[in-house]
Design a protein around this ligand. Structure first.
Ligand SMILES: C[S@@+](CC[C@H](N)C(=O)[O-])C[C@H]1O[C@@H](n2cnc3c(N)ncnc32)[C@H](O)[C@@H]1O
Length: 206
Protein backbone atom coordinates (compact mmCIF):
# COMPACT_ATOMS: atom_id res chain seq x y z
CA UNK A 1 0.00 0.00 0.00
CA UNK A 2 1.43 3.41 -0.89
CA UNK A 3 1.78 6.20 1.65
CA UNK A 4 -1.41 8.13 0.77
CA UNK A 5 -3.55 4.99 0.93
CA UNK A 6 -1.95 3.89 4.19
CA UNK A 7 -2.48 7.29 5.79
CA UNK A 8 -6.06 7.40 4.51
CA UNK A 9 -6.76 3.92 5.90
CA UNK A 10 -5.57 4.85 9.39
CA UNK A 11 -7.18 8.30 9.36
CA UNK A 12 -10.47 6.60 8.52
CA UNK A 13 -10.10 4.09 11.33
CA UNK A 14 -9.19 6.63 13.99
CA UNK A 15 -11.63 9.33 12.92
CA UNK A 16 -14.62 7.02 12.48
CA UNK A 17 -14.21 4.55 15.32
CA UNK A 18 -14.31 5.09 19.03
CA UNK A 19 -11.28 4.06 21.07
CA UNK A 20 -12.95 0.83 22.21
CA UNK A 21 -14.37 -0.09 18.80
CA UNK A 22 -11.06 -1.38 17.44
CA UNK A 23 -9.81 -4.92 18.01
CA UNK A 24 -6.51 -3.87 19.62
CA UNK A 25 -8.13 -1.70 22.34
CA UNK A 26 -6.91 -2.21 25.89
CA UNK A 27 -8.17 -0.22 28.85
CA UNK A 28 -4.79 -1.04 30.43
CA UNK A 29 -1.79 -2.12 28.33
CA UNK A 30 -0.85 -4.50 31.15
CA UNK A 31 1.76 -6.65 29.40
CA UNK A 32 3.68 -3.61 28.11
CA UNK A 33 3.57 -2.01 31.57
CA UNK A 34 4.70 -5.24 33.26
CA UNK A 35 7.71 -5.53 30.93
CA UNK A 36 8.59 -1.83 31.20
CA UNK A 37 8.45 -1.99 35.02
CA UNK A 38 10.77 -5.00 34.97
CA UNK A 39 13.40 -2.95 33.10
CA UNK A 40 13.86 -0.52 36.02
CA UNK A 41 14.47 2.40 33.70
CA UNK A 42 15.63 5.79 34.83
CA UNK A 43 12.74 8.31 34.80
CA UNK A 44 14.80 10.52 32.46
CA UNK A 45 14.97 7.78 29.83
CA UNK A 46 14.00 8.73 26.30
CA UNK A 47 11.00 6.61 25.40
CA UNK A 48 9.07 6.28 22.17
CA UNK A 49 5.83 4.45 21.44
CA UNK A 50 5.70 3.64 17.73
CA UNK A 51 2.27 3.39 16.08
CA UNK A 52 0.78 4.25 19.44
CA UNK A 53 -2.63 5.15 18.07
CA UNK A 54 -4.90 5.98 20.99
CA UNK A 55 -3.10 3.58 23.33
CA UNK A 56 -3.22 4.41 27.02
CA UNK A 57 0.41 3.41 27.45
CA UNK A 58 1.40 7.08 27.40
CA UNK A 59 -1.00 7.87 30.29
CA UNK A 60 0.59 5.07 32.31
CA UNK A 61 4.14 6.15 31.47
CA UNK A 62 3.32 9.69 32.66
CA UNK A 63 1.81 8.29 35.86
CA UNK A 64 4.94 6.21 36.39
CA UNK A 65 6.91 9.48 36.31
CA UNK A 66 8.66 9.24 32.94
CA UNK A 67 9.60 12.68 31.66
CA UNK A 68 10.78 12.18 28.09
CA UNK A 69 8.06 10.44 26.14
CA UNK A 70 7.59 10.58 22.38
CA UNK A 71 4.43 9.20 20.81
CA UNK A 72 4.41 8.53 17.07
CA UNK A 73 1.56 7.60 14.76
CA UNK A 74 0.78 7.98 11.07
CA UNK A 75 -2.71 9.23 11.96
CA UNK A 76 -3.22 12.81 13.10
CA UNK A 77 -6.69 11.88 14.36
CA UNK A 78 -5.22 9.23 16.65
CA UNK A 79 -2.71 11.70 18.07
CA UNK A 80 -5.37 14.40 18.48
CA UNK A 81 -7.65 12.00 20.34
CA UNK A 82 -4.85 10.87 22.66
CA UNK A 83 -3.93 14.51 23.34
CA UNK A 84 -7.53 15.37 24.11
CA UNK A 85 -7.84 12.43 26.52
CA UNK A 86 -4.74 13.57 28.40
CA UNK A 87 -5.87 17.21 28.64
CA UNK A 88 -3.24 19.49 30.20
CA UNK A 89 -0.87 16.54 30.67
CA UNK A 90 -0.52 16.28 26.87
CA UNK A 91 1.97 19.17 26.91
CA UNK A 92 4.40 16.84 28.71
CA UNK A 93 4.57 14.55 25.67
CA UNK A 94 6.33 15.02 22.33
CA UNK A 95 3.75 14.09 19.67
CA UNK A 96 4.93 13.00 16.22
CA UNK A 97 2.58 12.50 13.27
CA UNK A 98 4.68 10.46 10.87
CA UNK A 99 4.86 7.25 8.89
CA UNK A 100 7.47 5.13 10.65
CA UNK A 101 8.84 4.27 7.20
CA UNK A 102 9.90 7.93 6.89
CA UNK A 103 10.77 8.68 10.51
CA UNK A 104 14.04 10.54 11.06
CA UNK A 105 14.67 10.63 14.82
CA UNK A 106 16.52 13.55 16.34
CA UNK A 107 17.59 11.70 19.48
CA UNK A 108 18.55 8.25 20.71
CA UNK A 109 15.95 6.26 22.59
CA UNK A 110 16.49 4.19 25.74
CA UNK A 111 13.18 2.42 25.22
CA UNK A 112 11.46 1.75 21.91
CA UNK A 113 7.96 0.25 22.25
CA UNK A 114 5.83 -1.00 19.38
CA UNK A 115 2.64 -2.97 19.85
CA UNK A 116 1.00 -4.00 16.60
CA UNK A 117 2.63 -1.52 14.21
CA UNK A 118 5.79 -3.31 13.03
CA UNK A 119 3.74 -6.35 11.97
CA UNK A 120 2.08 -4.28 9.20
CA UNK A 121 5.42 -3.94 7.41
CA UNK A 122 5.32 -6.60 4.74
CA UNK A 123 7.80 -5.49 2.10
CA UNK A 124 11.39 -6.48 2.58
CA UNK A 125 12.63 -2.90 2.08
CA UNK A 126 10.24 -1.63 4.77
CA UNK A 127 11.31 -4.33 7.22
CA UNK A 128 14.98 -3.65 6.51
CA UNK A 129 14.40 0.06 6.92
CA UNK A 130 12.75 -0.52 10.32
CA UNK A 131 15.67 -2.71 11.43
CA UNK A 132 18.14 -0.05 10.33
CA UNK A 133 16.05 2.70 11.99
CA UNK A 134 15.97 0.89 15.34
CA UNK A 135 19.66 0.04 15.16
CA UNK A 136 20.56 3.71 14.64
CA UNK A 137 18.09 5.32 17.00
CA UNK A 138 18.24 3.12 20.09
CA UNK A 139 21.06 3.83 22.52
CA UNK A 140 23.69 1.22 23.38
CA UNK A 141 22.13 -1.17 25.92
CA UNK A 142 18.78 0.48 25.18
CA UNK A 143 15.63 -1.64 25.21
CA UNK A 144 13.14 -2.47 22.50
CA UNK A 145 9.77 -4.13 23.09
CA UNK A 146 8.08 -5.41 19.94
CA UNK A 147 4.63 -6.94 20.18
CA UNK A 148 3.30 -8.56 17.00
CA UNK A 149 0.76 -11.22 16.20
CA UNK A 150 2.35 -14.60 16.93
CA UNK A 151 2.61 -17.51 14.47
CA UNK A 152 -0.79 -18.61 15.79
CA UNK A 153 -2.25 -15.12 15.74
CA UNK A 154 -4.63 -13.64 13.16
CA UNK A 155 -3.44 -13.08 9.60
CA UNK A 156 -5.03 -9.66 9.42
CA UNK A 157 -5.33 -6.63 11.67
CA UNK A 158 -7.65 -3.73 10.82
CA UNK A 159 -8.38 -5.50 7.52
CA UNK A 160 -4.71 -5.39 6.50
CA UNK A 161 -2.47 -8.41 6.13
CA UNK A 162 0.28 -8.69 8.71
CA UNK A 163 3.50 -10.63 9.12
CA UNK A 164 3.19 -13.02 12.05
CA UNK A 165 6.31 -13.78 14.08
CA UNK A 166 7.62 -16.64 16.16
CA UNK A 167 10.37 -16.33 18.76
CA UNK A 168 12.92 -17.47 16.20
CA UNK A 169 11.75 -15.35 13.28
CA UNK A 170 11.66 -12.11 15.28
CA UNK A 171 15.01 -12.92 16.89
CA UNK A 172 16.54 -13.57 13.47
CA UNK A 173 15.26 -10.31 11.98
CA UNK A 174 16.95 -8.17 14.64
CA UNK A 175 19.89 -10.28 15.73
CA UNK A 176 22.58 -8.30 13.97
CA UNK A 177 22.08 -5.36 16.34
CA UNK A 178 19.89 -6.68 19.17
CA UNK A 179 19.95 -9.50 21.70
CA UNK A 180 16.59 -11.09 22.47
CA UNK A 181 16.35 -11.18 26.27
CA UNK A 182 12.79 -12.32 26.75
CA UNK A 183 9.71 -13.36 24.82
CA UNK A 184 6.21 -14.04 26.01
CA UNK A 185 3.05 -15.21 24.31
CA UNK A 186 0.14 -13.07 25.42
CA UNK A 187 -3.54 -13.52 24.62
CA UNK A 188 -5.46 -10.36 23.94
CA UNK A 189 -9.23 -10.41 24.26
CA UNK A 190 -10.72 -7.93 21.81
CA UNK A 191 -13.75 -5.76 22.65
CA UNK A 192 -15.68 -8.22 20.43
CA UNK A 193 -14.72 -11.10 22.75
CA UNK A 194 -12.37 -12.83 20.33
CA UNK A 195 -8.80 -13.83 21.12
CA UNK A 196 -5.64 -12.64 19.41
CA UNK A 197 -2.33 -14.26 20.18
CA UNK A 198 0.58 -11.81 20.43
CA UNK A 199 4.27 -12.37 20.98
CA UNK A 200 6.01 -9.74 23.13
CA UNK A 201 9.71 -9.76 22.33
CA UNK A 202 12.14 -7.78 24.49
CA UNK A 203 15.51 -6.89 23.04
CA UNK A 204 18.62 -5.08 24.23
CA UNK A 205 20.76 -3.11 21.78
CA UNK A 206 24.18 -4.72 21.44
C1 LIG B 1 -3.20 -2.05 15.54
S1 LIG B 1 -2.97 -0.39 15.96
C2 LIG B 1 -2.08 -0.50 17.49
C3 LIG B 1 -2.16 0.80 18.29
C4 LIG B 1 -1.40 0.77 19.61
N1 LIG B 1 -0.01 0.46 19.44
C5 LIG B 1 -2.02 -0.14 20.60
O1 LIG B 1 -1.37 -1.12 20.99
O2 LIG B 1 -3.17 0.12 21.01
C6 LIG B 1 -1.71 0.12 14.82
C7 LIG B 1 -1.37 1.58 14.92
O3 LIG B 1 -0.23 1.83 14.12
C8 LIG B 1 -0.44 2.99 13.33
N2 LIG B 1 0.35 2.78 12.12
C9 LIG B 1 0.12 1.86 11.15
N3 LIG B 1 1.06 1.92 10.20
C10 LIG B 1 1.91 2.92 10.59
C11 LIG B 1 3.08 3.49 10.02
N4 LIG B 1 3.57 3.06 8.86
N5 LIG B 1 3.70 4.49 10.68
C12 LIG B 1 3.20 4.95 11.86
N6 LIG B 1 2.09 4.45 12.44
C13 LIG B 1 1.46 3.46 11.81
C14 LIG B 1 -1.94 3.07 13.13
O4 LIG B 1 -2.42 4.37 12.88
C15 LIG B 1 -2.46 2.50 14.44
O5 LIG B 1 -2.66 3.52 15.38
Amino acid sequence: MDFDKLEEHWENVHSKKKENEVSWYQILPHKSIEIIKSLNLNLDSNIIDIGAGESRLVDNLLNMGFKNIDVLDISKSAIDKAKKRLGHKSSRVNWIVCDVNHFVPTKKYDLWHDRAAFHFLKQLDQINNYISLTSHSISENGNMILATFSSDGPQKCSGLEVVRYSKDSIKNEFEEHFKLINHQISNHTTPFNTNQEFIFASFVKK
